[in-house]
Design a protein around this ligand. Sequence first.
Ligand SMILES: C[S@@+](CC[C@H](N)C(=O)[O-])C[C@H]1O[C@@H](n2cnc3c(N)ncnc32)[C@H](O)[C@@H]1O
Ligand SMILES: *[C@@H]1O[C@H](CO)[C@@H](O)[C@H](O)[C@H]1NC(C)=O
Ligand SMILES: *[C@@H]1O[C@H](CO)[C@@H](O)[C@H](O)[C@H]1NC(C)=O
Length: 248
Amino acid sequence: MGLILRFLFGILSFIVALIAIGIGYSKLDNVYRQKIFASILNKVSDPNDSAMMDLRCNQLLQHSNVKGHVLEIGTGTGINFPCLHNNTNIKSYTGIEPNVNMHQYFYNLIKQWNIPYEIRLLSNSATDMHEIESNSIDTIIMTFVLCSVPDPLPEKILLEAHRILKPDRNFIFFEHVVANSKTKPFTYRFQKIIEPLWKIINDGCQFKPITNYFDAMKNVYSQVQYEHSVMPVPVFFIKDAIKGKLVK
Ligand SMILES: C[S@@+](CC[C@H](N)C(=O)[O-])C[C@H]1O[C@@H](n2cnc3c(N)ncnc32)[C@H](O)[C@@H]1O
Ligand SMILES: *[C@@H]1O[C@H](CO)[C@@H](O)[C@H](O)[C@H]1NC(C)=O
Ligand SMILES: *[C@@H]1O[C@H](CO)[C@@H](O)[C@H](O)[C@H]1NC(C)=O
C-alpha cells in the first residue's frame, strides 16, 4: 500500500511540476522556446548512452542499411552521427533541420571525426525540400520526428520524401507512438492527461497513432514495413515506438 501511495504521489508531483514548467514555458515566445528546446535536446541526446546508441547504430542504421546520398529529416543535434561518421557506403549527407539553434550542436558534435563525405545542413521544413532534386536520394533516415509535426504535415513529409527518393531505395524510420489503449490502458490514459503539457515542453510532441501516417502510404510507396519496438529509457510513458522502412 505504501508503495502504491508513494507511486501515486510521485506521479502527482511530477504532473504539478510539469504544469508549472508548462505555464512558464508557454509565456515565452517561439524563438526563445526553440532555443531552449535545442539546448535541452542537446543535453538528453547522449552519444554515451549505450542502450540508445545500440538501438540507433545496430538496430536501425547499420552500415549496410545506409548508403549513397543520404538525407536525414529532423537531424536535431546530430545524434545519429556516431552511427554514420565512418560508414564508407555514404557518398553525401544532407540534414534537414528547421530549428537553426540545433545547427551549432550538430557541427560541434561532428567535428571530432574526419568525415570523408560532403555534409550539408538545410534549415527548411521537410514538408518542402525544393532544394533536393526528385529521384536523387539513396537513403532517407528519420528518428523521433513525427510526434512534433502537427497534422496534416506528416503526410506532406512522407510524400516529399517519396519524391526525392530514388526508385527501390529505403526510407528508414524510428518513431514514438501512442500506447495501445487496450493493452496498456494506464499508460494510454497517462499520456492523454499529460499531453497538453508534454506538447508545450517537448517541441509540440504529441502521443499519436503514428502508424496511420505510414499505413496511408501503402498506395504511394511500393513497400510499407514496421514493427513495434520498445525504447530503452527509464520513463514508462515514452517506451512505445515503431521501427520500420518505406521502399519507393
Ligand atoms: C525530438 S527531435 C529528434 C531529433 C533527432 N532526430 C533524434 O533522433 O534525436 C525532433 C526534430 O525534428 C525537427 N522537426 C520538427 N518539425 C520538422 C519538419 N517539419 N521538418 C524537419 N524537421 C522537423 C525538430 O526541429 C527536432 O530537431
Ligand atoms: C562520453 O565519454 C567520453 C569518454 O569517456 C568522454 O570523453 C565524453 O566527454 C563523454 N561525452 C558526453 C557527452 O558525456
Ligand atoms: C565506427 O565507429 C564506431 C564508433 O563511433 C565504432 O564503434 C565502430 O566499430 C566503427 N565501425 C567501423 C566499421 O569502423
